[in-house]
Write a protein that binds this ligand. Structure first.
Ligand code: HEM
Length: 333
């Protein structure tokens, strides 16, 4: 079932079902479990030991989140009432830690923990407005067809056939292919892809998608840069950038309207015609040792304080928590 918003503002108490209008799409009955998906993600990247099943190559950083004046009117989360410290990690999609920073079409990731004693707020977001699969089973198949064969390469025909049979899984790559490769982790926007419900102190709920807008703008590599840059330059670029001052992003709530699907992360809401509300500024100040980010996962499902909730009806959201735990256990061995 695909679910949609039927009212742009709802009162949380007793009204959760108001979000669950059903339109006619059928989700496959069989679903892959988290361990199978993570196994397929590792296999697609060549089963490298000691790394994440996705975001295997990355940079750990720290900074500060400062809420906007409007944020508390949308969410009672403590992070929207005062400035809090941030631990974050930028990364390249996939489980290959040697992937080139120039690779396309690969999402760049931004995992962040906005820390507060009353409960951390974790967002794990990517440089595309859509995810590459609508259901866990589809993600399992998407990753499985990308496993390298005996020649060390995936079967291009199989990947093509899967895309034809599952057109929604091709939208992320199409979006990335239509844009330049980001020249910096700090020079690209990132999207939360899921529909979140923000609830304020009056128990008024709003369904939103979250996005970070880079203050540096969209910085893309030129054809010359692609030829001349080394395969790993993002970490040095960020170090040099942070020596000049913080890298900042605006965290924005894209406000859902009636008819916007809440259970399908392969669908982008028509952002240009949606109202947006700034929630605050993420300022990244410094690089941190890998160990600061590697000891645990950024769990975007469990680590949410009162005032912000993930979509109960999006099967891709819930499975992220057990999948990240399986990956942590495997990379910690
Ligand atoms: C829906 C099913 C998903 C599964 C099964 C999945 C699986 C995983 C796994 C296993 C990891 C490694 C976690 C760790 O070892 O710390 C990971 C990391 C990551 N995932 Fe997902 N993911 C899913 C959805 C998403 C979505 C929708 C996004 C973005 C919107 C996303 C973005 C990321 C990023 C950025 C990382 C790197 C995190 C870090 O730097 O620690 N994933 N994912």
């Amino acid at each position: 079932m695909r679910r949609k918003i039927i009212g742009s503002t709802v009162v949380a108490t007793g009204c959760a079902v108001a979000l669950a209008a059903v339109s006619g799409n059928v989700v496959r009955a069989e679903e892959a479990d988290a361990a199978s998906i993570v196994g397929a993600q590792f296999a697609a990247g060549g089963n490298k030991p000691g790394v994440r099943a996705s975001g295997a190559k990355g940079v750990c950083v720290s900074g500060q989140f400062t809420p906007s004046a409007e944020a508390a009117s949308l969410s009672k989360a403590p992070q929207f009432a005062k400035s809090v410290p941030v631990t974050a990690r930028f990364s390249m999609g996939g489980s290959n830690p040697k992937v080139s920073d120039k690779a396309k079409p690969v999402t760049r990731g931004f995992a962040m923990r906005l820390r507060d004693p009353a409960g951390d707020l974790v967002l794990v977001i990517i440089s595309a407005p859509v995810f590459s699969a609508r259901t866990p089973q589809q993600l399992f198949e998407f990753a499985s067809v990308r496993a390298p064969g005996p020649d060390g390469k995936p079967d291009a025909e199989k990947i093509k056939a899967f895309g034809v049979a599952n057109p929604e899984t091709t939208k992320q790559a199409a979006w990335l292919n239509a844009r330049p490769v980001p020249a910096s982790y700090a020079g690209v926007d990132y999207w939360g892809v899921h529909a979140y419900t923000l609830t304020n102190a009056r128990n008024e709920a709003n369904v939103v998608k979250l996005k970070t807008v880079a203050a540096a703008g969209q910085l893309g590599l030129s054809e010359d840069d692609i030829k001349t840059k080394p395969d790993s330059f993002y970490a040095d670029e960020l170090k040099e950038r942070l020596a000049q001052g913080p890298a900042t992003f605006s965290l924005v709530a894209i406000r859902g309207e009636a008819g916007d699907p809440t259970a399908d992360p392969t669908v982008m809401w028509p952002e240009d015609s949606r109202k947006t509300t700034p929630l605050g500024t993420i300022a990244i100040h410094a690089l941190e040792p890998d160990a600061t980010c590697d000891a645990a996962t950024f769990d975007p499902v469990v680590d949410l304080p009162a005032g912000i909730a993930g979509p109960a009806d999006d099967p891709m959201f819930a499975i992220r928590s057990p999948a990240y735990a399986v990956s942590l256990s495997r990379r910690s061995q």
